[in-house]
Design a protein around this ligand. Sequence first.
Ligand SMILES: Nc1nc2c(c(=O)[nH]1)N[C@H]1C(S)=C(S)[C@@H](COP(=O)(O)O)O[C@H]1N2
Ligand SMILES: [Mo]
Length: 258
Amino acid sequence: MSRRRLIGVGGAAAGGLLLAGCDNLASDDKLARIVRSAEDASRGFQRFAGRDALAREFSRADMSPVFKVNGTREPVDADYQALKAGNFADWRLTVNGLVANPLSLSLAQLRAMPARTQITRHDCVEGWSAIGEWTGPQLASVLMAAGMQTRARYIVFRCADDYGGEVSKGGPQSTARYYESIDMIDAFHPQTILATMMNGAPLSIGHGAPLRLRVERQLGYKHAKYLMAIDVVDSLAGYGSGHGGYWEDRGYEWYAGI
Ligand SMILES: Nc1nc2c(c(=O)[nH]1)N[C@H]1C(S)=C(S)[C@@H](COP(=O)(O)O)O[C@H]1N2
Ligand SMILES: [Mo]
């Protein structure tokens, strides 16, 4: 059904594009073509699933003067600290798993891709909200460039921070790497972007530098910060305790739609 069609489109787009180390991902009409076909696939799929509604977008005047930093404020991990010291020039986003073309994207490459800017309200499960502006390429464009296999069902986001958790949040608080996952419908939603910028400036450390997910129809904990890797998978079993996210492994809902 629809997923097959969607992936068929992706395969065709990626097939026409031999990403030689992805050097020319950002260049010219090849990418424009991928983005267009991603948009077409996205529209059809969203509509079919009944989850095509956009999250409300706001104007600059609505933006919150203060946007809280929540969860990890800065990963302490030595690898992350080294990347930060080099201004993230050596950072790469890897895209692996059930893909035709595994990718390793630099921040410059991601910044050179066509970007979407959206002013949205972030809703944290802890009861606070804030309106901010986010800019970055649509996740769909990156997935189309990687070319997903038909078995693909979920996108897993692996982060740089080891989040011990807070006792106040209840549940087992083992030390564990933050991660998240979404299904293909959210992955191809037009407002699902990999944000390199917030409020017109490069993403700060607190808000997830160098790259974080924005998945606007979902609660705050789904918006993974400090992205290192994206895995295209058919099962969430191999990650954490298998519930699809750091907080999901501690009792939160996997589908946190708003
Ligand atoms: N890697 C990582 N991503 C994360 C978190 C985290 O601790 N680590 N916290 C989540 C939660 S609960 C929220 S509300 C938002 C907070 O994003 P902000 O710090 O930009 O406000 O990030 C989410 N993504
Ligand atoms: Mo949150």
